[in-house]
Ligand binder design. Structure first.
Ligand SMILES: *Cc1c(COP(=O)(O)O)cnc(C)c1O
Length: 391
């Protein structure tokens, strides 16, 4: 079977270094945060071209914490795209705010920026564009709208580590960026992991507090921001105790493990090369898949796509899926249910037909094998089976 994604081959290529990094952590006796995490945060921030990065437990928590650090709270509204993984909208709901969905465009699968402004109300606090499948959303337009209406921009970059928009990396294009290191993401660890990127020191300090129960001096800072009062650190008497046992706001227990950070430090220097290879394979697919019933993904000029997944569209999606399975090729559907039609959001009052493009893609899009270790023979087989599909 040709897999859709694959972790064994990447591990085999880096086994010696990854094993050594993992053992070093085991022997160190330091397992949560610590030097490996601090170093990785610096390296990842530098890679993205931002001042700060905060390692957290997973990509979903990255979104939750980023929303809270941006001041989003119960009763607020956050605009996002109906075409995404559930976590994008879940994070909005978890902080007590209401997700407000807009459709995607049919060719790029990204948020339709022309549909955002009509959804803005006096409760809107933020926009979450998703860099879906590894291609950045139209960030010039998102930022322009956000500036005009005084909204925060939180990038969901969980599928886009290393992607670029006009020469700038994902994670440096809004007020805050959120990444996931779920194992199959294009930069993945060996468990759950995530990170938040920002140039804004106040957001940075709040993220630091929120990942550790809202405690310590950063917790105090966050308290001051929320109450809109001056808090000076000298005024709190910790009575000789550790500040971390003094809590100022409700936070989370969501930290990046040293083990994951150590593995990610081995992988990060390879990310550019892996992304480049994915791009090369995508070009090969673009060039050689020539079946007229298949639509291929569109990459906008301003984007450097990293093809976390390569998604094609066809009216006969389910038939193609069966034909590929029969030929020994794995495929995936991302995502079968658009967010506005997920049962959990039924009280928001959306109905079928509200987001025609997201609904069309849910029924007609198909991800085909894409990862840096895919062999020439495997790519050729994928192309041949698709081109020979009659539907
Ligand atoms: C993977 C993903 C997330 C969530 O990341 P986790 O690490 O699994 O919590 C959020 N948004 C998008 C678009 C994703 O693909």
């Amino acid at each position: 079977m040709i897999p859709l994604m694959n972790l064994d081959r990447q591990y085999a290529n880096l086994q010696e270094k990854l094993d050594a990094a993992a053992l070093k952590v085991l022997h160190s006796g330091n397992y949560i945060l610590g030097e490996e995490v601090t170093e990785f945060e610096k390296e990842f921030a530098a890679y993205c071209g931002v001042k700060y990065a905060v390692g957290v437990g997973n990509g979903t928590d990255a979104l939750v914490i980023a929303l809270q650090a941006c001041g989003v709270k119960a009763g607020d509204e956050v605009i996002t795209c109906a075409m995404s993984f559930f976590a994008t909208a879940e994070a909005v709901g978890v902080v007590g705010a209401k997700p407000v969905f807009v459709d995607c465009t049919k060719d790029t699968y990204l948020i339709d920026v022309d549909a955002i402004e009509e959804k803005i109300t006096d409760k809107t606090k933020a926009i979450i564009p998703i860099h879906l499948y590894g291609q950045c959303a139209n960030m010039d337009k998102v930022r322009e709208i956000a500036k005009k209406h005084n909204l925060m921009v939180i990038e969901d970059a969980a599928q886009a580590a290393g992607a670029e928009y006009n020469g700038k990396k994902a994670g440096s294009l809004g007020d805050v960026g959120c990444f996931s290191f779920f194992p199959t993401k294009n930069l993945g660890c060996a468990g759950d992991g995530g990170i938040i990127t920002t140039d804004n020191e106040e957001i940075y300090k709040q993220c630091l507090a929120l990942r550790v129960h809202g405690s310590g001096l950063n917790g105090l800072f966050t308290y001051g921001k929320r109450k809109n009062i001056e808090v000076s650190e000298e005024k709190v008497d910790f009575n000789g105790n550790l500040p971390k046992y003094y809590n100022f706001v409700l936070g989370h227990n969501s930290r990046l493990d040293a083990l994951q950070a150590a593995l990610l430090r081995v992988k990060l220097p390879h990310l550019e090369e892996w992304n480049e290879t994915r791009r090369k394979y995508a070009e090969e697919y673009n060039e050689k898949i020539n079946n007229p019933v298949i639509l291929k993904p569109v990459c906008k000029n301003e984007n450097l796509h990293i093809y976390y997944v390569y998604v094609i569209v066809t009216e006969k999606r389910d038939e193609l899926r069966d034909a590929m399975k029969e030929a020994g090729i794995a495929t995936g559907v991302y995502f079968p249910v658009p967010l506005h039609l997920q049962r959990v959001f039924e009280d928001l009052g959306y109905k079928a037909g509200d987001m025609p493009n997201a609904e069309y893609l849910a029924a007609h899009s198909l991800a085909i094998p894409m990862f840096a270790e895919l062999t020439e023979e495997e790519r050729k087989k994928v192309i041949d089976v698709i081109n020979n599909f009659e539907g």
